[in-house]
Design a protein around this ligand. Structure first.
Ligand SMILES: C[S@@+](CC[C@H](N)C(=O)[O-])C[C@H]1O[C@@H](n2cnc3c(N)ncnc32)[C@H](O)[C@@H]1O
Length: 263
């Protein structure tokens, strides 16, 4: 049995696998990336673009903001510091437990909710904006349904801003070095990336959508795309994060940030 495969994985299997994976990985993930992310900062991705510099959510003061796939809720604490009323939602109880501890240490407590982005436990129009830095969207089988859930809970005119791995990266091997610069896979192959145990049960799943897929899904869910940000790799960032590195970052985009408004 191959431990890494490209095969189908429906939402139930995907959510079960990713909840367990993020529960188990929460401590090591935060030990490796926590300093870079900051305890109360809003970082959109491995390039290090911050919301302080990008301003993609606009003025959040006084706004009710839902962060989905919040992990340890660093972005939500930043939002609270800007005068917003954030709610941090994540699938992983362990990530949220770390979020509670970090919040207590930083003296910034934000509401934490354990749920799946595909089934948001909020009433229609509960939020002025919804955001996500690499949370949720790469990990759902039915991303159109997730966008529709976000569209349901955000008010008309509210923003939905989220970052994901740039779709182009799905054509390249998971290698931060020169080997990672050779196209080895079809960009157009939407088959999920699945890590699995010896019996074939998924232990981690990511789902791919092309840029066109994302735009069509957002439009179908009732959003208008107002910007697509592809952060460039800054000269002063010498970190390697998985397959992301200064070498690759200077040549091809690693992150795509979709800035949308509910019509
Ligand atoms: C890469 S982390 C991003 C979190 C944070 N922004 C950061 O940079 O550390 C991905 C997060 O998405 C969460 N996640 C995965 N699938 C999810 C789902 N279906 N619904 C909500 N959150 C999910 C994981 O538990 C994890 O905390």
């Amino acid at each position: 049995m191959d431990r890494v495969a490209r095969r189908a994985s429906e939402q139930g299997e995907t959510a079960r696998a990713n909840r367990s994976w993020w529960d188990a990985a929460a401590g090591s993930y935060l030990a490796e990336h926590g300093d870079f992310l900051g305890d109360a900062d809003f970082v959109w991705g491995p390039e290090g673009l911050t919301e302080t510099d990008a301003g993609l959510l606009g003025d959040v003061r006084g706004q009710r903001v839902l962060e989905v796939g919040a992990g340890a809720a660093q972005c939500s604490r930043w939002l609270a510091g800007q005068g917003a009323s954030p709610v941090a939602l994540d699938l992983s109880g362990e990530m949220l437990r770390h979020g509670r501890e970090l919040g207590a240490a930083a003296g910034v407590a934000v509401p934490l909710v354990q749920a799946d982005v595909a089934r948001l436990p909020f009433a229609a129009g509960s939020f002025d904006a919804v955001c996500s830095a690499y949370g949720g969207l790469p990990f759902v089988a039915d991303s159109l349904a997730a966008h529709r859930e976000v569209a349901r809970v955000v008010r008309r005119g509210g923003r939905w801003v989220f970052s994901v791995t740039h779709p182009l990266r799905w054509a390249l091997p998971d290698d931060p070095g020169p080997e990672g610069l050779v196209v080895r896979h079809s960009y157009f192959d939407r088959t999920p990336y699945v890590e699995q145990d010896e019996s074939g049960s998924a232990t981690y799943v990511e789902h791919h959508r092309t840029l066109g897929d994302r735009v069509r899904e957002l439009t179908a869910a009732g959003f208008r795309l107002v910007d697509l940000v592809e952060p460039e790799w800054p000269d002063d960032n010498d970190r390697t994060w998985g397959a992301r590195s200064p070498l690759r970052g200077r040549l091809v985009p690693g992150t795509a940030i979709f800035v949308c408004v509910k019509g």
